[in-house]
Design a protein around this ligand. Structure first.
Ligand SMILES: Cc1cc2nc3c(=O)[nH]c(=O)nc-3n(C[C@H](O)[C@H](O)[C@H](O)COP(=O)(O)OP(=O)(O)OC[C@H]3O[C@@H](n4cnc5c(N)ncnc54)[C@H](O)[C@@H]3O)c2cc1C
Length: 356
């Protein structure tokens, strides 16, 4: 089987790994450097924010992946020497307004979610002020360093003999009689029996008829701090802080509908800093050392599109992961591979079907 994967973000690179391990000949093309767009820009939190707000189809992919990430990253480290730093930091949510739905969701999905009150909040995370009266504590939530995972994946793909063509933009799909034949790039045609579109926020540029996938900008900043200042991922009013092992603390993220504009703004930076300081006042003493943005592949309700195109045989799609493309990635890549190789799928594929 000859597979051409268009788009080398986390979703494309994981699909490449799965397919190569099923014996396919795999080539990945990316318009820039693979693994430098949304998948690089993200926070690496291995849980949806406010997970009860998502449909079951997103929860199912997240839960499947969460159960496998620790072992998968251990394997990545062993194969490549690059440690993606999986860490069970837990998630502390400071806005508890949706108590009933949160608790019902946790009970229904076997997730540990505790309601903390008063002093138990600062006992859980001493970096917080004592002003919070209630918080949800999800001790099982983990994180990873996504740039490191992408680096490890790219290395492992070399050993899997996956060909990676960077700086090669795909301009259009080639089809004949309802069957995909390959793609056209600026430097010529690339032919394949199966084409897999994993171009994230850019999906609509190659398949304009696709159910809406649109770019949604997210800005992030990083504070340089010392290890130990913060131990938990903390979330409040949609903003979060993430402690990395080396002391760096990420603060995210904005949600902006600005087309393909990836420029960061002074307002974005100030907003992220202010929201981070509300949660961890001690951050005021620490410098902001980075500020960046990425384009999420936004989709209705955050439900990704995973499957074969209904009218173009041999064309497969795996996109639209919106805010949860890291936490759902393992399951998404596995599900698409199941569908391509004709294996029993890990989950029912219908909710992710490609509609036009
Ligand atoms: C600020 C921010 C924070 C986030 N935090 C989290 C989080 O904590 N947890 C979580 O689970 N998710 C998070 N996400 C979401 C997650 O990062 C995305 O859902 C996921 O990375 C999407 O992966 P992808 O591979 O589809 O897209 P991308 O990583 O964007 O990859 C798409 C690739 O396609 C290539 N491409 C595009 N067009 C073409 C073309 N015509 N020809 C060839 N190549 C092309 C691009 O160059 C790119 O490399 C966050 C996102 C952002 C922006």
């Amino acid at each position: 089987m000859d597979c051409l994967i268009v788009g080398g973000g986390l979703i494309g690179l994981l699909c490449a790994r799965e397919l190569a391990r099923e014996g396919a000949t795999v080539r990945v093309v990316d318009k820039g450097v693979a693994g430098k767009e949304a998948s690089w820009a993200g926070g690496g939190i291995l849980s949806p924010l406010y997970p009860w707000r998502y449909p079951a189809s997103v929860t199912i992919l997240a839960r499947w992946s969460q159960a496998r990430y620790e072992e998968f990253l251990r394997q990545m480290k062993e194969e490549t020497g690059v440690d993606p730093q999986w860490e069970r930091s837990g998630l502390l949510i400071l806005d508890t307004g949706e108590r009933e739905s949160a608790q019902a969701w946790a009970a229904g999905n076997g997730v540990s979610l505790q309601l903390l009150e008063g002093e138990s909040i600062t006992r859980c995370e001493p970096a917080l002020e004592e002003t919070w009266s209630e918080a949800f504590w999800l001790p099982e939530v983990a994180q990873l360093r996504n740039p490191r995972l992408l680096k490890a994946l790219k290395l492992s793909l070399m050993w899997d003999e996956v060909e990676l063509m960077e700086h090669t933009e795909v301009n259009r799909l080639l089809q004949d009689g309802g069957q995909v034949k390959g793609v056209e790039t600026a430097s010529g045609r690339l032919l394949a029996d199966r084409v897999i579109l994993t171009v994230g926020a850019w999906s609509g540029t190659l398949l304009p008829g696709l159910r809406k996938v649109e770019p949604v900008q997210g800005q992030m900043v990083a504070f340089r701090a010392l290890p130990g200042l913060l131990s938990r991922i903390v979330l409040n009013r949609g903003y979060y802080v993430i402690p990395r092992r080396d002391g760096v603390i990420l603060a995210g993220s904005t949600v902006e509908y600005r087309g393909f504009d990836k420029e960061v703004t002074a307002e974005g930076r100030e907003q992220l800093r202010a929201e981070a300081l509300k949660m961890v006042p001690a951050l005021a003493e620490h410098p902001l050392v980075h500020h960046w943005a990425g384009l999420r592949p936004g989709s209705p309700e955050g439900i990704p599109l995973i499957g074969e195109h209904p009218r173009i045989g041999g064309l497969f799609i795996n996109t639209g992961h919106f805010r949860n493309g890291v936490v759902t990635a393992l399951a998404s890549a596995r599900l698409l591979t199941d569908l391509i190789v004709g294996r029993e799928p890990i989950v029912i594929p219908e909710p992710y079907g490609i509609l036009e």
